[in-house]
Design a protein around this ligand. Structure first.
Ligand SMILES: [Zn+2]
Length: 432
């Protein structure tokens, strides 16, 4: 690892909240030493850079954090769309997933990593299966990820999946120069009953890892849990004791005031996936209310089968627009708040020192080129990034102090080989 100096850039560190005046954007420098940020603003006198990147005309900011996805579902991208949820799952997605082999997960995840790097995402939280293969793809691509093996308590393999999870966490937590971290991934309250969650919690305690789970995604889920247990999914998980652990709760679309009080009090982190929620017609999560309550809300894309891309720039824009129109209030979710959700809050949601540019934080940094017709003049840079920028404006991506993309060229992935493998594997999945 080298010492990298990024100079002449417009720094957008995302460290301060809007109430504190937001961050200063000044032409300045960012110094990276090994895998962490050493300094920003002025260059320390003893800092001798091995690599100098001229960021003139570019924003220098933390990489985006995708708080919820199923990376290898890129293999199912645009295979089934515009269908009712249960039909989509039962007739389309699950039968194809049943055909997935370990090596498919490697290539599907590598495609996701390549796509995310190209969109300025430097960290993602994943929940899927054959996670050793997903971990290999993360290691090879240079991105950072928090990986969890999806657990379905009601499935015949529920018990062996717990064992697999344990082995996976023991083998991979902290690997790839610390880029890979792990969580336990009980799928949802309706697929993991309380007695199974007890076992998950025991493992979380033994292995000292957090828990990534889908919560209150659909109205149907809330009704079913209510019928079975006489309480909401959030109340059920609280009663079981899950929230004693660090929990990343994906969706939280259908939550009551009482549920939000529990989420706030127990410091549960929420992954908001507006495009997936819109596409599957799941509903609108009360995100402005959650943010006002002080709940940490990060952004996710969910899998590529329900989005259909893994682009956090789009997700930020959708977040701001969705909540404005749903509340008929254009002041709801400012551009800066959407940016905070995609960066700082995302890092907090995953419990990782990423999502802000500050000394000592991980060197996960992106450069966005503002010398584009749709990004001129420079009235308001956060507004540009949220409302006008495109993935193709992301010019350079650094993860853990390594340059993985420069001038839009991803250095870690052989794209011809990747596309050939994806074509072959996707073809096999849809053949009878
Ligand atoms: Zn999901």
């Amino acid at each position: 690892m080298a010492k990298i100096l990024i100079k002449n850039g417009i720094l957008l560190p995302m460290a301060k909240s809007l109430q504190d005046g937001g961050d200063l954007y000044f032409p300045g420098s960012l110094c990276i030493e090994n895998n962490v940020i050493r300094a920003l603003g002025d260059v320390p006198q003893d800092f001798a850079a091995d690599v100098v990147i001229d960021a003139a005309g570019k924003v220098v900011m933390p990489g985006f954090v995708n708080c919820h996805t199923h990376a290898a579902m890129t293999l199912l991208r645009s295979y089934a769309d515009d269908l009712p949820l249960m039909h989509w799952l039962e007739k389309k997605i699950w039968p194809l997933e049943a055909k997935l082999e370990a090596e498919d997960i490697y290539w599907g995840t590598l495609l996701a990593c390549r796509e995310m790097i190209g969109c300025g995402t430097t960290t993602f939280a994943d929940m899927y299966f054959f996670m050793e293969e997903a971990a290999r793809a993360v290691a090879d691509s240079g991105i950072r990820a928090s990986l969890s093996r999806g657990l379905i308590g009601v499935a015949p393999k529920g018990e062996s999946a717990l064992e697999e999870s344990k082995a996976f966490i023991q083998q991979w937590h902290g690997k790839a120069n610390g880029r890979i971290t792990t969580m336990l991934g009980p799928h949802a309250p309706y697929t993991c009953p309380p007695d199974y969650l007890e076992k998950v919690m025991q493992l979380a305690e033994d292995l000292e890892v957090g828990i990534h789970i889908h919560v209150a995604e659909t109205r149907q889920e809330v009704e079913d849990i209510n019928r079975q247990y006489g309480k909401s999914p959030v109340e059920l998980l609280d009663e079981v004791g899950l929230f004693q652990f660090p929990v990343l709760a994906a969706h939280c679309v259908h939550v009551s005031e009482a549920d939000m009080e529990i989420l706030r009090e127990k410091n549960v982190k929420v992954a908001h996936n507006p495009e997936s929620n819109m596409k599957l017609a799941s509903g609108i999560a009360p995100v402005p209310r959650m943010l006002a309550e002080g709940i940490t809300v990060g952004l996710g894309t969910d899998g590529a089968a329900s989005n259909n891309n893994l682009d956090l720039l789009e997700e930020m824009r959708s977040t701001a627009l969705l909540h404005k129109v749903s509340q008929e209030d254009p002041t709801v979710i400012s551009a800066y708040q959407a940016l905070e959700m995609a960066t700082k809050y995302g890092g907090q949601a995953l419990g990782l020192p990423v999502g802000v540019l500050a000394p000592g934080k991980q060197a996960d940094v992106i450069l966005i080129d503002l010398r584009k017709p749709h990004l001129q003049p420079l009235h308001d840079i956060p507004a540009h990034i949220v409302y006008a920028a495109q993935a193709s404006d992301v010019d350079t991506v650094i993860v853990n102090g390594e340059v993985v993309m420069e001038n839009r060229q991803v250095k870690t992935v052989d794209e011809e080989q990747l596309y050939a493998e994806i074509t072959k594997r996707a073809g096999r999945l849809v053949s009878e």
